[in-house]
Design a protein around this ligand. Structure first.
Ligand SMILES: Nc1nc2c(ncn2[C@@H]2O[C@H](COP(=O)(O)OP(=O)(O)OP(=O)(O)O)[C@@H](O)[C@H]2O)c(=O)[nH]1
Ligand SMILES: [Mg+2]
Length: 207
């Protein structure tokens, strides 16, 4: 671990209602799965810290409702998000088709910035898969901002830790080395060991 090198990223988990967004966040943050399926009202917040590539990365995770009623509220959370986790249900091809509109929404809200990195996640891999790899490939070809596709199960926990580790590792490298304004800010903070960006000393990577 490099002393003083700590990053904070805002992450938003989005996708259709019922794909398992809350379940996968709960599995990651609390290692539990309640199977109740209570639809999220608006947005729920979780935080978790992990070590990746000698850096301590804190993720502020905003779990957004997939219900259209809440779109005006959750779109507010799309701003100043460093990375999106766009989720679909491997047993429901419609939810994969809707990934297009979720990404379009993200890009519309962030039209004045570079495309925000996206991790595409297919959840419920404990069940029989119905979606086709071809469709996933088409979406990834259309949106190069999707840096990785992960297949997971919130129910069994398969792939969940890995997907968040990959997500945090990618963001910390992306924002540090892409030469964007944010990367400069991070470098300065890291080099000077700045501690005063956030009250608790985390480098908040808000663009
Ligand atoms: N078999 C299986 N069921 C899952 C998995 N993840 C979630 N579910 C179930 O899918 C349903 C919906 O899960 P939620 O986590 O509430 O879905 P959500 O995407 O947060 O839904 P909204 O909050 O309405 O947007 C629940 O009944 C869960 O128990 C999984 O990995 N495998
Ligand atoms: Mg939910």
């Amino acid at each position: 671990m490099i002393p003083g090198l700590r990053f904070l990223f805002k992450a938003s988990v989005i996708g259709d209602t019922g794909v398992g967004k809350t379940s996968l966040v709960q599995r990651y943050a609390s290692d539990c799965f309640d199977g109740q399926g209570r639809s999220t009202v608006g947005v729920e917040f979780s935080a978790k810290t992990l070590d990746v590539n000698d850096r301590s990365v804190k993720l502020h995770i905003w779990d957004c409702s997939g219900n259209n009623t809440f779109l005006p509220i959750i779109e507010h959370y799309f701003r100043k998000t460093q990375g999106f986790i766009v989720t679909f249900d491997l047993t429901d091809p419609e939810t994969l088709n809707h990934v297009y509109s979720w990404i379009e929404r993200v890009n519309r809200v962030n039209k004045n910035t570079d495309p925000v990195p996206i991790l595409l996640v297919g959840n419920k891999c404990d069940c029989r898969e119905i979606v086709t790899d071809d469709t996933i490939r088409e979406i990834m070809d259309e949106y190069p901002q999707i840096f990785r596709y992960a297949k997971v199960s919130a129910k069994t926990g398969e792939g969940i830790d890995d997907m968040f580790t990959v997500f945090a590792a990618y963001l910390s490298t992306y924002y540090r080395y892409t030469g964007k304004a944010i990367a400069t800010t991070l470098d300065i903070m890291a080099d000077s060991g700045t501690q005063n960006v956030e009250e608790d000393g985390w480098h908040c990577c808000v663009i």
